[in-house]
Design a protein around this ligand. Structure first.
Ligand code: ADP
Ligand code: MG
Ligand code: MG
Length: 876
């Protein structure tokens, strides 16, 4: 059987079958499609991805039959164009373009004007009557071929070109005379010989062979391989090669080239948008060699061409029902289309286009919901730097939390609060942050740290607060003592202005203009549609009424996680918490707890009231106690005196609590088992608040969550503590209130024994942060030292703290759900780790049958959209 390795454009390769698209790649399929729509596209052929795979299987040689098929198709191109490849009177020139299934960085750049040599260039000059055009094409070809096929440094060609401009006293490339161009061609050839140690090939078919091989080989450049690893693209796919007849935008004032979008890709407005350049070729428009004209200008320059272009773009838009971008060339007044594909757009544009296309009847609501990338939505939910602003970036760090902010720098959380009270905007600058900095982080516009990764304290807390953060900016030298922030020679002092761009990880000196992005009508509409299609509930992680309100406004349907420990780092409470921790006996603990109770109850009153009618999951105390330990002398002295202890006695207590490995130590429900009075106080605060609000006629649904369960016995004991308190409170107040007691599933063992845990649990919530930490055995706080390298070296495809490790940690989640429901079929199951806001993880949680995901307030819209897409792709 003869394998078809080459398709002629328009020979039915796009009968809509994915199989065919996989063979000819994205660019090839779109070119063929345009031809089938009757759009003018220069003739050409596509060499299949299979030919590329066969090339590798064949020891980097062309597979049998390929050469003949290429030659047959060249003949067809020759017939279509009325010119002959390599001919000394009427030469056909070709472009060679890579085109995998998906576009990929690292692939070979396009080679134009292939087929020129010292003889055919003369023929082209004579035939066109335009020697300047012929020699300009020749020098471009040698430059491109030398660069992308023969590996000569692009900059060397640019240098030679610049030298020529100087020598002939012209400013722009298109002012070089024929004589100058001939000179340049000679220089280029010499350059190639010197750099590559080989002669520039004269034979057109050898030129073609070299280019095709180079496209095949570019499939395996380091960049391309790396990109495939990150994006899970199989190495077996291979790339297609498109060989196409040239059309010439560089034939003079009547010719040109351009790019356009059918709508404005930054605002989404339904206007034709684009740029073009006369007497130009290839990517001159985007290369910024000369300033291009806006597309509207073409209407005056060449009205007929403009009208044809408009008709074509409308046809393409109606056909693709999307916003295509197009690349075109005008040869002596005649229009040719050279590429079309789905155009890149901002989040604002994506949302507007999707919603307006429904109104225009082009797509339906489901399609609109599938059109917008949930991750991209993040752009809409934070202020950003004015796209028109010009600024210099002094240093970059990790884009730890998106959005932008400007403010005066301060170096401690306390200073941040002091400045904020004076109505100043501040940026908190720290080497790294810790739980004690929460107050300062809360009042800051943005946070900059010199150390720490994407899951550092600063990063996680800032994302939760929806505040911009640049983390791990190692170029920043911070002296808290001198109150200076130094970048190389630039020394900034307390109070100096800085702008942070958390979306890109940039630090800028001074104040840059900002735009508040409006979450306007289209956005709301798209979100309503998303809600119609999703099966997963969306809750939020919120520790304060303010966060809860923000999340409600973004559409949250409950709270999936309230962390009570954050409430303990405020004002007077810190000291009470410490008194509780360092008390030497139960009586001392209970005395301190009794004083904490009213505060804690106040917290819950505020949150329950904000969330009335919706469930609120409250996690009882979880972190290791050492996080509350004071470090400085004055605080210790004060605490000791409040407790009636000597400083030495206090220090001894502190030492006795020290742990070698606190994350695996005395924390979570282990605290509750050893000090049940702590959980009893928290339960009382929850239930008294519930009783009080229920009595006042509000509907509240507290869900008490016991953290870090590894055995059902732990849960049974802690649940009993809660139930006992609930009964007492109901009795004392005479109010019946609703509540549930459930558990966080975050220890691998809890997944394995989830059937027995479900006997006691009224709900499960997967704590995937700890579950990831414990399944991998990676300390989340220390993983920054090796995880980036793990991802870089391909040990892991991605950071498992950012996107759920579906085969490992995910298998435990599935096991937990299945075992839990095997015992309690209606068990409510959710997730409250950071993964609850990650679209890929949400898709997984959807298919694992969870009831809801919970994420930080600012990710709620992302989660709503991702959940809808998951259900549309894989309906429950
Ligand atoms: P990319 O994948 O980077 O978009 P292309 O294959 O589209 O690369 O080539 C880049 C540019 O080269 C095109 O935009 C077009 O201007 C020019 N080009 C490609 N093929 C031809 C051709 N047959 N005739 C004229 N110009 C071409
Ligand atoms: Mg390119
Ligand atoms: Mg292109």
């Amino acid at each position: 059987m003869n394998t078809k390795w080459v398709y002629f454009f328009g020979d039915g390769q796009t009968d809509g079958q994915q199989h065919e698209k996989n063979l000819v790649g994205g660019k090839g399929a779109n070119l063929a499609e345009m031809i089938e729509l009757g759009i003018p596209v220069p003739a050409g052929m596509t060499i299949t991805t299979d030919a590329c795979t066969a090339f590798y299987a064949n020891g980097e040689k062309w597979v049998d039959g390929l050469e003949e098929q290429i030659k047959e198709n060249i003949t067809r191109i020759e017939q279509s164009m009325g010119a002959k490849f390599g001919d000394k009177e009427n030469p056909l020139l070709l472009s060679v373009r890579s085109g995998a299934r998906v576009s990929m960085p690292g692939m070979m750049d396009t080679v134009l004007n292939l087929g020129l040599n010292d003889e055919t260039v003369e023929a082209l000059a004579k035939k066109s009557g335009n020697p300047r055009f012929a020699w300009d094409s020749y020098r471009r070809f040698i430059q491109m071929y030398g660069d992308v096929v023969m590996g000569v440094d692009h900059a060397d060609f640019e240098q030679a070109l610049a030298a020529e401009r100087v020598k002939y006293g012209v400013e722009l490339d298109n002012e070089l005379s024929v004589e100058a161009l001939k000179d340049l061609v000679a220089d280029y050839k010499e350059l190639i010989q010197k750099s590559a140690g080989k002669l520039f090939p004269d034979d057109p078919f050898e030129q073609l062979r070299g280019s095709i091989d180079a496209v095949f080989r570019s499939w395996n450049t380091a960049r391309a391989i790396r990109y495939r690893q990150i994006n899970h693209i199989p190495h077996e796919w291979g790339t297609a090669v498109n060989v196409q007849a040239m059309v010439y935008g560089n034939m003079g004032a009547n010719s040109g080239t351009g790019v356009a979008f059918t709508r404005d890709p930054s605002t989404g407005e339904n206007v034709f948008y684009g740029e073009y350049l006369m007497d130009a070729q290839g990517e001159d428009v985007v290369a910024g060699i000369r300033t291009p004209h806006p597309i509207a200008h073409l209407q005056e320059d060449m009205p007929a061409v403009y009208d044809e272009l408009v008709a074509i773009y409308k046809l393409l838009e109606n056909h693709s029902k999307d916003m295509p971008d197009v690349e075109f060339t005008i040869q002596e007044g005649k229009l040719y289309m050279l590429q079309t594909r789905s155009g890149k757009r901002t989040a604002t544009a994506a949302v507007r286009i999707a919603v307006e296309m429904v109104a225009e009847g082009l797509i339906d609501k489901k399609e609109a919901v599938l059109r917008v990338d949930p991750i991209q939505l993040d752009q809409l939910l934070h202020p950003m730097i004015d796209p028109n602003a010009k600024y210099d970036v002094i240093a970059t760090g990790l884009p730890a939390s998106p959005g932008a902010a400007a403010g005066r720098i301060v170096f401690t959380a306390e200073e941040a609060e002091v400045w904020k009270n004076r109505d100043e905007k501040v940026i908190l600058v720290r080497n790294e942050t810790s739980p004690e900095d929460i107050g300062g982080m809360d009042v800051a516009e943005g946070i900059l740290t010199a150390r720490g990764g994407m899951t550092s304290h600063a990063a996680v807390v800032a994302r939760g607060m929806g505040k911009c953060c640049v983390a791990g900016c190692s170029a920043a030298q911070i002296s808290e003592a001198n109150k200076t922030l130094t970048f190389g020679n630039t020394v900034l002092k307390e109070g100096d202005w800085v702008t942070l761009n958390g979306t890109a990880g940039e630090v800028i000196v001074g104040e840059v203009a900002m735009v508040e992005v409006q979450v306007e009508g289209n956005f709301g509409t798209l979100m309503e549609w998303a809600d119609e299609f999703r099966a997963l509930g969306i809750r939020t992680n919120a520790d304060t009424p303010h966060d809860a309100k923000t999340a409600l406004d973004f559409g949250a349907e409950g709270i999936g996680l309230t962390r009570t420990e954050h409430m303990f780092f405020e004002g007077e409470r810190t000291s009470l918490v410490r008194q509780m921790i360092f008390a030497s006996d139960k009586a001392g603990r209970e005395a301190a707890l009794a004083k904490l109770l009213p505060y804690q109850k106040g917290d819950f009153l505020g949150i329950f009231e904000t969330m009335q009618g919706l469930p609120v999951t409250v996690r009882l105390l979880d972190p290791p106690l050492h996080e509350f330990v004071p470090h400085d002398e004055p605080t210790m002295k004060k605490l000791a005196s409040e407790m009636g202890l000597s400083v030495d006695a206090l220090k001894a207590r502190i030492e006795s609590l020290e742990e070698i490995n606190p994350m695996l130590g005395h924390r979570g429900c282990r605290l509750g088992v050893t000090y049940p009075e702590i959980y009893a106080m928290q339960a009382r605060a929850i239930f008294e608040a519930a009783a009080e609000l229920t009595k006042a006629g509000l509907k509240v649904f507290p869900e008490v969550m016991i953290p870090l369960i590894g055995t059902v016995e732990e849960l049974r004991m802690m649940k009993q503590v809660c139930v006992d308190v609930a009964n007492v409170v109901a009795e004392e107040t005479g109010v019946k209130f609703d509540y549930l007691v459930g558990t966080m599933i975050e220890i691998p063992r809890a997944c394995v024994v989830a059937d027995s845990v479900a006997e006691e649990a009224e709900f499960f919530s997967f704590g995937t942060n700890d579950l990831t930490q414990m399944t991998f055995g990676y300390s989340r706080d220390d993983a920054g030292t090796f995880l980036p390298e793990y991802v870089e070296k391909g040990v892991l495809a991605r950071d498992p703290f950012q996107s759920l490790d579906q085969v490992g940690v995910g298998a435990l989640v599935k096991m937990g759900v299945e075992k839990g429901r095997s015992n309690k079929p209606n068990l409510k199951v959710g997730v409250c780790g950071e993964h609850g806001g990650d679209p890929a993880s949400i898709e997984f949680f959807h298919s694992a049958g969870l009831d809801y995901v919970s994420c930080s307030p600012y990710r709620v819209p992302i989660a709503r959209l991702a959940a809808a897409q998951a259900n549309l792709r894989n309906p429950r």
